[in-house]
Design a protein around this ligand. Structure first.
Ligand SMILES: Cc1cc2nc3c(=O)[nH]c(=O)nc-3n(C[C@H](O)[C@H](O)[C@H](O)COP(=O)(O)O)c2cc1C
Ligand code: SF4
Ligand code: FES
Length: 541
């Protein structure tokens, strides 16, 4: 952990990591130079050349693309072309899709048009606008004085048996992981608690980087005490001594808010040397990710925490048994941890009663694309897509809905006639897509779905870590062919080739990125006849 954070601090201070800086670091740390070079070349945040004084990073991904990102990028290039102090570059989703199109000025200041960019360059950036979730209903505390009450009750009231009671309550609630895979949380906590070896490790996955996803940012900025309390309870249950919040580096405001909240939690005695009782320490820290979507994959994240290149591991073993530094590790998403205090306060039955029988609870949905009021909406599981869109002000500009992507870049676009599908892991799967991490993107009539699906594939191509050849080469090849097709050059047999590539990637990729990289593309080919025709799918295929 220390090495990457040192490199990050040097990058921040000097603006790049020169060969001399690396050699000096190798001497000071005793690390072989090739290892430091391997880290520098892997993580996008590290620059091998001195950059311009100011950097403007323009998001190129799907939601920003829908809102004019290519033109925005071009405008900035033209306007700032003569300025040697400014570099304009395209980057992947910045986790601010509700403000699309978005650029980050000097890694910190979000701007949605050229005037805002100019103000930020002149040191007059607008204050960061904290995004409030609509109907956030997962905070059991009426006032700040009551924060951490659930954990204090557990710690002060219960003997060791209380730990198993927490697991039982989580199992009864039916809470499932909100990071995308939907794994039952109670079961994960039980596996980690029961795993051999220790001390147990605890990690919150706050790396949120998938296009359309910004609900974790909203939770961290507005309900940090819930996430931190969920982590403390998790640490207490598995008997860990420290917790790590693994945070994407573009979330500077969230980092500040979380650090302030950690100080407060120490003052309240729920973190620190006696957090779990006299002489029983538990504390937490924020680890700033050196960047890249792949680091959200749980094993790649662990590699980064171990100061290695963030390439996913083969599974099994799973982190619950063999995680950080080979030790059993409990890792959950921000939203998952934040749900825990409420569930324990009101009981598993209460959580069950919030959703449908098949899919209980509440869900924070990040809604963007063609809606009148993009934002984060907290809704009961089982709410229909139609209702969610209505909550977000309806389809923008009074248009008709053409399609929607229910849960993130990997989830297939579904046609508007599926808008009565409930937001529920199983129902979405039955409808041909997935709830994923709850990154909902609405698409209005008039949009080019092939272009949008290609944008998703391009995102995965850009973010592939390169470890598996089929993912690295296949995603690149697919994007090249799709871009040709968008320009009207459709290769013979293209549709069949894309299906074959999709199958190959699904079968041979180590991690979820490669497995789903072409799924949005094959999805639009299967579900939207007009797209299939453009790609030359045979009528009887
Ligand atoms: C390529 C890839 C990226 C991922 N990114 C994230 C992420 O940013 N945040 C997250 O919580 N889970 C992410 N996941 C899922 C994690 O691997 C893991 O399942 C999750 O953190 C477990 O927490 P949960 O059980 O609370 O969902 C990603 C998975 C893959 C395959
Ligand atoms: S599937 Fe892609 S992103 Fe995942 S490990 Fe392989 S190359 Fe890396
Ligand atoms: S910020 Fe552009 S797609 Fe998310």
């Amino acid at each position: 952990m220390k090495l990457l954070q040192t490199m990050l601090a040097l990058q921040e201070r000097e603006g790049w990591l020169s060969d001399e800086t690396l050699s000096q670091l190798a001497k000071e740390t005793g690390e072989p130079l090739y290892r430091l070079e391997g880290l520098r070349s892997f993580y996008p945040v590290f620059q091998e050349e001195p950059g311009a004084k100011h950097v403007i990073e323009v998001c190129r991904d799907v939601v920003c693309r829908m809102h004019g990102a290519p033109a925005f990028h071009e405008e900035l290039l033209q306007e700032l072309r003569q300025d040697p102090d400014v570099e304009v570059r395209e980057v992947s989703c910045l986790g601010r899709c509700e403000q699309a199109p978005v650029a980050l000025v000097d890694h910190h200041h979000a701007a949605s048009n050229a005037t805002e960019v100019r103000l930020a360059l002149d040191g007059q950036a607008q204050a960061h606008n904290v995004l409030q979730a609509v109907d956030a209903a997962t905070d059991p505390y009426p006032t700040a004085d009551a924060h951490y009450g659930m954990f204090k009750t557990l710690r002060d009231g219960a003997a060791d048996a209380g730990r198993d009671t927490v697991i039982d309550e989580l199992k009864a609630s039916g809470l499932r992981g909100m990071g995308g895979a939907g794994f039952p949380t109670g079961m994960k906590w039980a596996f980690t608690r029961g795993a051999k070896g220790g001390p147990k490790q605890l990690v919150c996955n706050a790396d949120e980087s998938e296009p359309g996803t910004f609900k974790d940012r909203c939770i961290m900025e507005t309900l940090p005490h819930l996430m931190i309390e969920g982590m403390i309870i998790g640490g207490w249950v598995v008997e860990a001594e420290r917790g790590i919040i693994y945070l994407r580096h573009e979330y500077g405001e969230a980092a500040e808010i979380l650090r302030r909240e950690l100080v407060r939690a120490r003052e309240l005695g729920v973190l620190g040397p006696d957090a779990f009782g006299p002489g029983k320490p538990f504390d937490m820290e924020v680890f700033i990710s050196p960047g890249g979507y792949i680091l959200g994959e749980e094993t790649a994240l662990l590699e980064a925490l171990e100061d290695k290149r963030g390439e996913p591991r083969n599974k099994p073993p799973f982190p619950t048994n063999v995680g950080l530094n080979g030790l059993p590790t409990l890792m959950n998403n921000v939203e998952t941890f934040a749900a825990v205090p409420m569930i324990l306060q009101n009981g598993g039955d209460w959580w069950q009663s919030q959703g449908t029988n098949d899919c209980p609870g509440l869900k924070y949905m990040a809604v963007s694309g063609d809606v009148a009021k993009p934002g984060v909406y907290c809704v009961p599981m089982g709410t229909t897509v139609t209702d969610l869109i209505a909550r977000a002000g309806g389809v923008a500009d009074g248009k008709q809905l053409l399609a929607f992507s229910p849960g993130g870049a990997s989830t297939r676009f579904l046609p508007a006639d599926k808008a009565d599908t409930p937001l529920d892991f199983d129902a979405m799967q039955k409808a041909g897509s997935a709830l994923g991490s709850g990154a909902f993107v609405a698409v209005a009539e008039g949009r080019d779905l092939l272009d949008l699906a290609t944008a998703q594939a391009r995102f995965f191509r850009n973010e592939s870590c390169g470890k598996c050849v089929p993912c690295r080469v296949g995603s690149n090849k697919a994007v090249a062919m799709l871009e040709d097709a968008l320009n009207g050059e459709v290769e013979d047999g293209l549709a069949e080739l894309l299906h074959e590539l999709d199958d190959t990637l699904a079968q041979t990729s180590i991690c979820g990125l490669g497995q789903v990289a072409l799924s949005p593309v094959t999805g639009v080919m299967e579900l939207f006849p007009e797209v299939a025709r453009r790609l030359g799918t045979k009528e009887d295929a």
